[in-house]
Design a binder for this molecule. Structure first.
Ligand SMILES: [Cu+2]
Length: 482
């Protein structure tokens, strides 16, 4: 029992402290807005721009442009925008493909491949009409390329290894040069040993802002990548051959409760953008609002082509952006509506025990394992509360705590927090929503209610007495709890 208590305490501390820790970075840095000059000025006259790295998995403050057309920069959940420099009329970026260690959520790290210190790579931001020059250095043990997903560009810049260019060998640096003909939401990823390199986490987002700063203007512009890993509990490196049965469903290589909250100032116009480089579709559902999809793979949707929605499906290889006016205060869930995608690794091999009488087998197992507890006979909510002991480097399948108790989620889940009185570009966690009196669902404690009579019956047709023998294993039994 003591290990369970300890684990519960540890996890509670993690989820309690998590949001504060996540947003400390954003808070501190938001006060002093980062400029491109401050970050990349050091090598302003070198032939190749420096390739900054990011060591923190927390959301970094928006990177405001120092020159060129003005725009409202995006913030990328648990990620950052890559600084650039201007040289002879070209906007120059430097990406380094390399092995990285990425924290997927406090308590678990993945040994992945990514760019400039993180997976996914940094967000690239530029403006319609910009000439971009992107240096790509390969520090992986095998060759790679970058495909610029969704862009209209010269065929030789499209990045399909063998088809459009020779692959970039380890140690080489290649240059991509093209003009950004359209604004919108785009992605980048390798087109070389693609299955392996994407399963290892190599991908990133690329936002092109409209040349006219007033076109499709919003006050807050959030961004994340839908991606997935198959990391066996207790290990660190993703399985590279998994096709559909992934066990970590991520936004920007993070899972709940490690995903940054989406903090909005009341009455702000808010955009949420995402792209999907998993192997399945994700119906992204947001509570509390009707929104409209304003941007797809090919650019902005015309107003007459939009309709009010609460869920938008994002297929593999697609990008979507929706917008809403943040008029409804509260803590609103936002998540993928495939319920397996809001669970973490331990959830995927759990057997169904609903309706099974485990009293007899529990008695027998307790003669061997002190304090053994049967789970799952009335559903699995007890797992969200108990926080079972786990192998090293593994996350509970359903976890996280809110102001009313366990949230029982994992994977692709976060919270849209709409508050009054925030400053412009203040993204720090405002804490849980303080509900006005009389606006929270409550237990009925008045006179008992008239109910239709119900017959007592066995919850299922299966026989409740099954003969089981408990046998003591000859050596250590691995992890307990199932
Ligand atoms: Cu999903």
């Amino acid at each position: 029992m003591s290990t369970q208590d300890e684990t519960k305490k540890k996890t509670a501390a993690n989820s309690g402290g998590l949001s504060r820790r996540n947003f400390l970075g954003a808070t501190g840095a938001a006060a002093a807005v980062v400029t491109t000059e401050a970050l990349s000025g050091r090598s302003a006259y070198a032939n190749v721009p420096e390739a900054p790295i990011q060591t923190s998995p927390s959301m970094q403050p928006p990177l405001f442009p120092k020159e060129g057309p003005e725009y409202q920069p995006v913030v990328t959940l648990n990620s950052w925008t890559l600084p650039w420099r201007m040289k002879d009329g070209w906007k120059e970026f430097h990406l380094v493909a390399e092995p990285v260690v990425r924290e997927l959520s406090p308590g678990m790290k993945g040994h992945l491949w990514g760019y400039n210190g993180q997976s996914p790579g940094p967000t690239l931001e530029a403006v319609e009409g910009d000439k971009v020059r992107i240096f790509v250095t390969n520090r992986l043990p095998e060759h790679t390329t970058i495909h610029w997903h969704g862009f209209i560009l010269p065929n030789g810049m499209d990045g399909v290894g063998g088809l459009n260019q020779p692959q970039i060998k380890p140690g080489q640096t290649f240059v991509y040069e093209f003009v950004l003909t359209r604004s919108g939401t785009f992605m980048y990823h390798p087109h070389a040993d693609e299955m392996v390199q994407m399963a290892m986490g190599m991908m990133g987002m690329f936002v092109v802002h409209p040349k006219d700063p007033s076109f499709m203007r919003v006050d807050r512009d959030f961004l994340f990548m839908l991606n997935a890993f198959d990391i066996v509990p207790g290990t660190y490196v993703p399985k590279i051959n998994t096709m559909t049965d992934f066990n970590l469903w991520c936004w920007n290589s993070r899972v709940f409760p490690g995903i940054d909250h989406i903090v909005c100032r009341k009455d702000d116009r808010v955009r949420i953008r995402f792209g999907n480089l998993t192997m399945t579709n994700h119906p992204i559902h947001m509570h509390g609002y009707h929104f409209e999809v304003t941007c797809t793979d090919g650019g902005w949707t015309r107003p007459e082509a939009r309709w009010p929605e609460v869920t938008v499906d994002c297929a593999v290889g697609q990008m979507r952006a929706f917008e809403f006016d943040a008029v409804n205060l509260g803590d609103w869930a936002i998540h993928c509506h495939k319920s397996h995608h809001t669970m973490n690794a331990m959830g995927h091999d759990v057997k169904t025990y609903i309706g099974v009488d485990k009293r007899d087998i529990t008695r027998k197992i307790r003669t061997l394992v002190d304090g053994y507890m049967p789970m799952g006979t009335a559903g699995m909510a007890d797992m969200g509360e108990m926080e079972m002991p786990l192998p090293d480097n593994t996350l509970p399948m359903m976890t996280g705590f809110g102001q009313f108790g366990p949230i029982e989620m994992g994977g692709m889940f976060s919270v849209v927090k709409v508050r009054e009185g925030l400053d412009r570009n203040d993204y720090k966690d405002p804490g849980w929503y303080q509900h006005p009196p009389g606006t929270v669902s409550y237990e009925w404690k008045g006179e008992s209610l008239a109910e239709a009579p119900r017959t007592e019956q066995a919850p299922s047709g299966v026989p409740t007495q099954i003969e089981v023998q408990a046998v003591k294993p000859t050596h250590g039994s691995g992890h307990s709890g199932h």
